[in-house]
Every structure is written in C-alpha cells, then in structure tokens.
Design a protein around this ligand. Structure first.
Ligand SMILES: NC(=O)c1ccc[n+]([C@@H]2O[C@H](COP(=O)([O-])OP(=O)(O)OC[C@H]3O[C@@H](n4cnc5c(N)ncnc54)[C@H](O)[C@@H]3O)[C@@H](O)[C@H]2O)c1
Length: 338
C-alpha cells in the first residue's frame, strides 16, 4: 500500500478535525469519503472537504474496497459496533476517545483488530503534542530525578450537552473530559493505577440537579500507581473562562509544567491600568498540531506495519479508570484496583 485512503465516520466537531487533516495535511493519507446518518451533515462535510463520496450508513462504507481505514468519530456508544464491523471488513481503525462504553466493549474491539490483523489506534492526541513529547523525553533523561506525582486537569468552557447529564449514558465528565488526563498520568508515570478516590459535585448546572441527581460538573480524583507514584486528575465543565488543560510533573529534583491558558502572545495594557490577554478558547486550537501528528502517526503505522502509539489497551485502561472512578465518587469509597 502506498497511500492510506480513509473514510470519516461521524462528521461532527472531532470528526471534521480529522477530515481536514486527511484532506491535505497528512503525508501518505487521503480522505475519500465521509459517513454521517444525517444526509445534510454528510453532504455538507463532503463538500467542505472537497470530495464527492458520502454515506449515511457505515455498513455501506465497509463494502467499499477502496477504503483502507476508518476514522470513528461518532458518539461513544456506537464505537464498538462500528470498530468490530470495520475490523471484520479488514479496515484499519482510528477510534476517538473514549474508546467505548465499558471494558467488555474495549476487549471486543481489541480482539477483532487482533484477529483480522488491522491497526487500532485510540485518539489520545496529547501523546503527540510537541510539549508532551518533550516532557516525556525530559523524564526519561532523568532531568527532574524520579517522578513523585503527575497532576493533569482539563476544564472546558461550554455547557454540557443534554445527553451528558445522564451518567449511565455519558460516563460523566470523567469519561468525556478526563479520559485524556487519565491517559496522561498513565503515560508519564509509565505505570498503572493501583488505587483511587474521586469526589465530584454539580456546581454550575444546578437547574438540572433534580432531574439528574448523579450528574457532576466538577471532579477531583486522587490516584496511586503500582510503582508508588501519585497522581491527581481533575475535570470541570462549563467553567466559561476558556479551555484550560495543564499538567504538572513533580520529580525528586525538579518540576515540569505543561500547557498554557493564554491563546496569543499579545498583551494589551490599557489606560485603566489593566492588563488584557485572551484566554485559550478551544481544544481545537490548543491541540491543532497534535491532531495532525496523531493522524500522521496512524498512517505511518499502517504503511510501515508498526505498532500504534496509543493502543486499544491504553483506551481500555482509561475506560476502566473512568468506570471505577465513577463508582468511587458515588459510593464515597477508596477503590483498590490491585
Ligand atoms: N480527542 C478529542 O479531543 C475529542 C474531542 C471531542 C470529542 N471527542 C470524541 O469524539 C466523538 C464525537 O464527539 P463530537 O464532539 O465530535 O460529537 P458531535 O456530536 O459533534 O458529532 C458526532 C457526529 O456523529 C454523527 N453520528 C451519530 N451517530 C452516528 C453513527 N451511528 N454513525 C456515524 N455517524 C454518527 C452525528 O450525526 C454527528 O454529526 C466522541 O466519542 C467524543 O468523546 C474527542
């Protein structure tokens, strides 16, 4: 194979980032079709990406022998069904995070990809971010001594979508918001979580508290790793001030800070003795290059037949921690995972 031809399945917010990447920024990869059950959405997406082919049913996509790989970016509850069918049709799979709804679904996806010898990469694009990669190198070079703790938080500006209020459907902010943070603390410590305790509450969406008593929009989860390191994962929705994703890695001999709440370098000072500097407004901007890098790495893994850098196992471990974190939060109990 000289070129990887992809079809995007789910052309919403995350999907169109990949769509645009594969329309011109990914060497060796090219988008040839999109699929979305909503005809106008699929048609518009194809037009925007400069292609003619669009589908409304993913099963039709899988019959197209021209398609080498699928990018699954539809709601999480459909990931497993589409990924397993794609593997059975011999298509390589890039699947957005969260990988699936629970560990059993993740296992089915991993097994299908293994059995049909296709790649399965999960959308943990932070691993491909230049600063994250630099931090990983610093850690490995011993620049901050031994790691003591990793703290990772993600705070989003927007009001949660209605379907997110039902935790049994959305897995809550731990799933939708903190999957990346969970992956980040695992990646930097190089270890698995052995115990955790989560606290959460609804602070900014009180009008729906009666209808959805289990919903939380703020969560803090303390974790301990098998190798003795410590971690904190924090997630917040509807913070309004901007998109805020930062990480701190504390070592025995130093500290590494990652992330920036400023979007631009320009600083304006006014006659009212005020300093103004715009905050980061969106994940699409903060991780723009990382999305291109993860798509490029996916194509490279297919063309060179190498292991992907964010595996099905990584996706599964994040889903596992989300589930156990939600249980800890509800039961107000420390959970021992060892
Ligand atoms: N990596 C990241 O940083 C990141 C960011 C945002 C979202 N996501 C993930 O991406 C996925 C999509 O989220 P989003 O925010 O883009 O959602 P979205 O609602 O903006 O878009 C989802 C699209 O999927 C379509 N769709 C629904 N059912 C489908 C089906 N069965 N087959 C094909 N398409 C279908 C919808 O019509 C919609 O156009 C979720 O799993 C989400 O958690 C990841």
């Amino acid at each position: 194979m000289k070129e990887v031809k992809v079809c995007l399945i789910g052309s919403g917010r995350a999907g169109m980032i990949h769509g645009h990447n594969f329309a011109g920024s990914v060497p060796g990869g090219r988008i040839i079709a999109v699929c979305d059950p909503l005809k106008t959405v699929a048609e518009e997406a194809a037009k925007e990406l400069g292609i003619d082919l669009f589908y409304q049913d993913y099963k039709e996509v899988l019959k197209n022998s021209e398609v080498d790989a699928v990018i699954i970016a539809c709601p999480t509850k459909f990931h497993k069904e589409i990924a397993v069918a794609a593997a059975e049709a011999g298509k390589h799979i890039f699947c957005e995070k969260p990988m699936a709804m629970d560990e059993t679904e993740c296992d089915e996806m991993i097994e299908a990809a293994r059995k049909h010898k296709v790649k399965l990469q999960i959308g943990f694009m932070r691993r491909f971010d230049e600063s994250f990669q630099e931090a990983k190198k610093m850690i490995e070079a011993g620049e901050i001594g031994e790691i003591v703790s990793v703290k990772s938080h993600t705070r989003g500006p927007s009001k949660p979508k209605e379907w997110m209020y039902d935790i049994s459907v959305s897995n809550g902010p731990l799933g939708e918001v903190c999957s990346h943070d969970i992956d980040t603390v695992r990646w930097f410590t190089g270890s698995e979580i052995s115990s955790l305790y989560a606290v959460g509450g609804n602070y900014r969406n009180k009008e729906i508290a009666e209808q959805y008593p289990d919903f939380y929009d703020n969560v803090i989860m303390s974790v301990e790793f098998e190798n003795g390191m410590q971690g904190v994962v924090e997630g917040a929705q509807y913070v309004q001030y901007g998109y805020d994703a930062r990480v701190e890695i504390l070592g025995t001999e130093g500290v590494i800070s990652l992330g920036d709440i400023h979007e631009k370098k320009v600083i304006t000072c006014t006659k009212h003795h005020q300093v103004k500097r715009p905050t980061m407004h969106s994940w699409t901007y903060l991780f723009k290059d990382a999305y291109v890098a993860e798509d490029t790495a996916f194509v490279k893994a297919i063309l060179e037949d190498t292991e992907v850098k964010a595996t099905g196992y990584d996706g599964k471990m994040a889903v596992r921690i989300v589930k156990i974190g939600n249980e800890s939060l509800k039961e107000k109990k420390v959970r021992d995972l060892s």
